[in-house]
Write a protein that binds this ligand. Structure first.
Ligand code: BGC
Length: 757
């Protein structure tokens, strides 16, 4: 702590210290003018600025100042583009500086457990490695402008149903490997100024007072330096919270929490130095924000809009392109069908909802992009306000589709379907959207569907249409971006950051989401997203990592700089990627690792590295990726640490999780001695599987044999004898040897084995 902050704390009264630990109002911290401590302003987040003008709410209802609306998290992650995320971060930071905002409430990095979570549109991915990489770049970008971020919602906030009380029951390995990894990577690599704790409970303790999460893991293990802020209204017991490591309560509540803190310090149930610790963390950031605030900052609205357009273009996933229906040729007559073409769904509902500086729609953009000789027709197709099928509108859609060469149908999820605050109940599109697609397919062979939604949907018409673009919620420039791609000004380059299952029932959380009462069992464990579909060999509609381009890429010359390594070393993987088509394009090369043999169940493969590479026609580049310890490790709950088991690992390079093109193997040798915890009830099979332990058993087993008894009786059934022995606990040898082996002998052997290095 700097001397200055020490001195300030020494001068503060108990009331001032407690007061600093809760907001002044909905968005600001409390100033202490007599000590020169300013107030700082926080606002949402994550993909645009929601600075409210008058009135405050955390549901995105009241007006905010115009700001650039970038694509939401679920879209941006499909870009797999670290530098794009960083550039957006910079832009957001500039907008914050211009509006005197010190902390932007984002990024949101919760994992996508179920496609139904109402807030999936804000979250990046079902894969924690990709999530972490996206978050790191976002944070680095924003913070390089002298503006803080708030990594949220820590942790295991994967549903909106009962979001303020639900208790996520999740085992330690799953917690570490799936639900915490995104946070861990972001904190270790990018040190966000703040972390926002989630509303829910994890394993029986509210995140706002969960000392395992807030202290043991966040601060002690990951070395987080900033302050923890509550999600808006997440505090359960204020004093427990401050004890556990929740520093700032938001929003302000008229001093109710402060009074509890003061009382607790006065009656000795809260140590004053624990309060000082929270004050110190808040003050450090407040002072930093003050130092880094620029007095005359502004930003270029137009260039931010251009950046939003590039981001949208690079985030839209071409899911299907049969017969090269896309890109459209300049002479084709086009029918544009669907109200979303004129009134796009471009952002999500709730606290991230912002007022854009401008808004493009595909219909207007297309009119500008095509030559005047091209026939461009429009039909609304469905109502924006309800799901009922209107036969007249369906007929109109068919009429325009009949007259042209290609029909572009815009469908998706209206805002009433998905938002912060509630989850979806099913994965279907509104029936009037599905109906219009099917009706158009009856009269037109060349149908391209553009989807605008925050999370996967079922596609009953998937085999009837030739082209599908998943545009997600693509921000204020999404209309122009989709036209850039449709007309072939750019080649699509994004890949899915989540699996699209064929039907909801295929999803691993189907039986337990969103839980019963306040309890949600994460029974599928680590098998989330593609980790599950791969393991169960279930064909998804579209796989994690899938996405097409207008050009083609080949992969070759895969090399590793070593084929054996110790787990404290790293390996460099290289391959050549070539653009074999005739237009420029970007390819996302994905590297997955598979543990070939392991004592615990592991996924078929896990994403451990990726690179996005830009290639001109015919161009070839070398892509280089590095793998270290964590690429091979699993979380071993017994030793409470990450662990690599010696053995062969497959290194798989692919265009998607289901399109592996090249593979090689590497032997990784573990350098960690595995602590032994053998007991009298450890089975002989488990002991025999441990090479050094099994050596100590040899003489014991000879003694058992000599003693005869059961072993003699089993002589004629050797398989049964083997099975009996394998599953027999060590202690049973005493009885079966009819006392020839003593209890003391067993204890001695156990002591020897457990002490082996
Ligand atoms: C949301 C947060 C948001 C906060 C402030 C809460 O309801 O969960 O993500 O930052 O409100 O608007």
């Amino acid at each position: 702590m700097s001397r200055n902050i020490h001195e300030l704390i020494a001068k503060m009264t108990l009331e001032e210290k407690a007061g600093l630990c809760s907001g002044l109002d909905f968005w600001q911290t409390k100033p202490i003018p007599r000590l020169g401590i300013p107030s700082i302003l926080m606002t949402d987040g994550p993909h645009g600025l929601r600075k409210q003008r008058q009135g405050s709410d955390h549901l995105g209802i009241l007006e905010s100042v115009p700001a650039t609306c970038f694509p939401s998290g679920s879209a941006l992650a499909c870009s797999f583009d670290r530098s794009l995320l960083k550039e957006i971060g910079h832009a957001l930071g500039e907008e914050c500086q211009a509006e005197h905002v010190s902390i932007l409430l984002g990024p949101a990095v919760n994992s996508k457990r179920s496609p139904l979570c109402g807030r999936n549109f804000e979250y990046f991915s079902e894969d924690p490695f990709l999530t972490a990489e996206m978050a790191v770049s976002h944070i680095e970008g924003v913070q390089s402008e002298g503006v803080g971020t708030s990594l949220k919602h820590f942790a295991v906030n994967n549903q909106e149903h009962r979001r303020m009380s639900t208790n996520a029951i999740v085992d330690e390995r799953t917690l570490r490997e799936i639900y915490l990894t995104g946070f861990e990577g972001a904190i270790k690599k990018a040190q966000p100024w703040t972390v926002m704790c989630a509303y829910n409970q994890v394993n029986g303790s509210f995140c706002a007072e969960n000392d395992v999460l807030l202290d043991t893991i966040l601060r002690k293990e990951w070395n987080f330096k900033g302050f923890v802020v509550s999600d808006w209204g997440a505090v359960n017991e204020r004093v427990h919270g401050i004890d556990a490591g929740l520093d700032l309560e938001m929003p302000g509540n008229g001093g109710l929490g402060d009074a509890k803190i003061i009382k607790a310090v006065q009656n000795g149930s809260l140590r004053e130095d624990v309060l000082d610790r929270a004050v110190e963390r808040i003050l450090t950031i407040v002072m930093r924000a003050q130092n880094e605030q620029k007095s005359h900052a502004d930003y270029d609205r137009l260039s931010h809009h251009h950046l939003a357009r590039k981001a949208a273009r690079d985030s839209m996933v071409l899911l299907k392109n049969d017969d090269h229906v896309l890109p459209l040729s300049p002479t084709q007559n086009i029918a544009v069908i669907g109200a979303f073409a004129k009134n796009p769904r471009y952002q999500g509902g709730g606290s991230s909802h912002i007022v854009p500086t401008e808004l493009s729609d595909a219909w207007t953009a297309l009119q500008k992009a095509v030559s005047p000789s091209v026939q461009l027709l429009y039909a609304q197709g469905y109502s924006l306000d309800h799901d009922d099928v209107d036969e007249q509108w369906i007929k109109e859609a068919q009429d325009v589709a009949r007259q042209v060469d290609v029909a572009i149908v815009f469908v998706g999820l209206p805002e009433r379907y998905e938002s912060e605050g509630y989850d979806r109940e099913h994965m279907r599109l509104p029936q009037n959207h599905n109906q219009v697609v099917e009706a158009v397919c009856q009269v037109q062979q060349n149908v391209v569907v553009i989807l605008q939604n925050g999370s996967p949907v079922e596609m009953p018409w998937v085999d009837q249409v030739k082209g599908i673009f998943e545009a997600y919620l693509s921000g204020q420039a999404g209309g122009e971006a989709i036209v850039d791609l449709l007309m072939g000004a750019y080649s699509p380059s994004a890949k899915l950051a989540e699996t699209f299952p064929r039907k909801l029932e295929d999803n691993p959380s189907y039986l337990t989401f969103p839980g019963e009462g306040d309890r949600t069992e994460y029974a599928e464990g680590i098998f989330v997203g593609y980790r599950y579909y791969d393991k169960k060999d279930i064909d998804p509609l579209f796989a994690f990592g899938h996405g097409l381009s207008y050009t083609n890429f080949t992969y070759h010359n895969l090399t590793v700089d070593r084929t054996r390594m110790r787990d404290d070393e790293s390996v460099i993987v290289r391959l050549q990627v070539k653009n074999t088509g005739d237009r420029p394009g970007q390819e996302i090369v994905q590297l997955y690792v598979k543990d070939t043999v392991c004592t615990v169940k592991r996924p078929e493969k896990e994403l451990k590295a990726f690179e996005k590479v830009m290639l001109g026609p015919g161009e070839e580049k070398t892509v280089t990726m590095t793998l270290n310890y964590r690429a091979f490790a699993f979380y071993d709950a017994k030793s409470a640490d990450w662990r690599v088991e010696s053995g062969e690992f497959d290194v798989l390079l692919g265009r998607s999780s289901r399109d592996i093109v090249l593979r090689t193997q590497i032997y990784v040798e573990s350098t960690t001695a595995v602590p032994r915890h053998y007991t009298r009830n450890t089975t002989l099979g488990d002991l025999m599987a441990d090479e050094s332990a099994s050596q100590r058993l040899t003489s014991l087993m000879a003694q058992v044999k000599q003693a005869g008894g059961l072993m003699d009786a089993l002589q004629d059934a050797p398989e049964m004898a083997m099975a009996m022995m394998r599953y027999m606990p060590l202690r049973a040898l005493v009885n079966f040897s009819q006392g020839a082996i003593s209890e003391e002998q067993i204890d001695q052997i156990l002591q020897d084995i457990n002490n082996l290095q």
